[in-house]
Design a protein around this ligand. Structure first.
Ligand SMILES: [Zn+2]
Length: 282
């Protein structure tokens, strides 16, 4: 079976100390490009959809074109909802066919976050869907969620303990200093905190804000236990710049299929580079 939930994919990654790329796709073309890259490397992949993207298409319309891509793939594919802050919308996506969801209650108090995340976990488990949770706040802009630096501290290990024990999530994103979007200034990652949390966490850890980290940072975090790495901004750049490059080079061609083929290749290249790197392929 090629359409699986996230747990199926991440358990092997955690055991064998590599990471799986979770790519934020925005339409059919980017989803297809990402899955083709994974197939060529014979690696599993997580396709992520932001809430904004799902709302732009509608839940069933989007799943209607994503599901065949996942079901026909030659590698394991999970379709994951990224950063959902709305309990009802998260449940609607579970009902709509997503095999995995992230409920992001990081802006709430610890107790409210635990309560809502637990509600999602119970709903998801009954449907064989996996859940990612977050604690602390990953700064930057993701979708329309803006988190300012200094607004929230890094994840606190004691809070993480309680959160993991009470919710029973399948993957955990603790804030350790990475940011969404394009990094401005120095990147301060608390590697010790990440390692500490990984040691007691019963589930695999997730790294958000992957675009812009150096190879050395990735390697260190994967060695310390990052099993899922989210890549969003790099995909958006490859897609948009691919279109710009093509139309600049061929301003009078007006051939949508050729434009799409060129853009798809650019996205595929970026996904390929990341998968090779995360899976530690040569
Ligand atoms: Zn994120």
């Amino acid at each position: 079976m090629s359409y699986v939930n996230m747990k199926t994919i991440l358990e092997d990654a955690r055991k064998n100390r590599y990471a799986v790329g979770a790519f934020n796709i925005v339409n059919y073309l980017t989803a297809k490009a990402a899955v083709e890259a994974a197939e060529e490397l014979e690696q599993p992949i997580i396709l992520q959809t932001s809430v904004k993207t799902v709302k732009a298409f509608g839940i069933s319309e989007m799943m209607n074109y994503l599901k065949p891509i996942a079901e026909n793939a030659r590698v394991n594919v999970a379709i994951h909802l990224d950063h959902s802050t709305d309990v009802d919308f998260t449940k609607a996506c579970i009902d709509g066919g997503w095999s995995s969801v992230m409920y992001d209650g990081s802006q709430l108090s610890l107790m409210e976050n635990i309560k809502n995340t637990s509600e999602i976990v119970a709903y998801a488990q009954a449907r064989n869907v996996t859940v990612e949770g977050e604690l602390g706040a990953i700064v930057g802009v993701e979708d329309d969620i803006v988190v300012l630096e200094g607004n929230h501290a890094h994840a606190n290990p004691e809070d993480c303990h309680l959160y993991l024990k009470e919710t029973g999530i399948d993957a955990f994103a603790p804030a350790v200093g990475t940011a969404h979007g394009v990094y401005k200034g120095a990147i301060n990652i608390d590697y010790n905190l990440f390692e500490t949390i990984n040691q007691f966490s019963p589930c695999p850890l997730v790294l958000h804000g992957g675009t812009g980290l150096t190879d050395e940072m990735f390697h260190r975090l994967i060695a310390l236990g990052a099993s899922k790495v989210n890549i969003s901004t790099a995909i958006k750049i490859a897609y948009c710049q691919g279109m710009v490059d093509y139309t600049r080079n061929y301003p009078d061609q007006n051939d949508p299929l050729k434009l799409d083929a060129f853009t798809k290749e650019q996205v595929k290249k970026v996904v390929t580079e990341h998968i090779r790197f995360f899976a530690l392929l040569d």
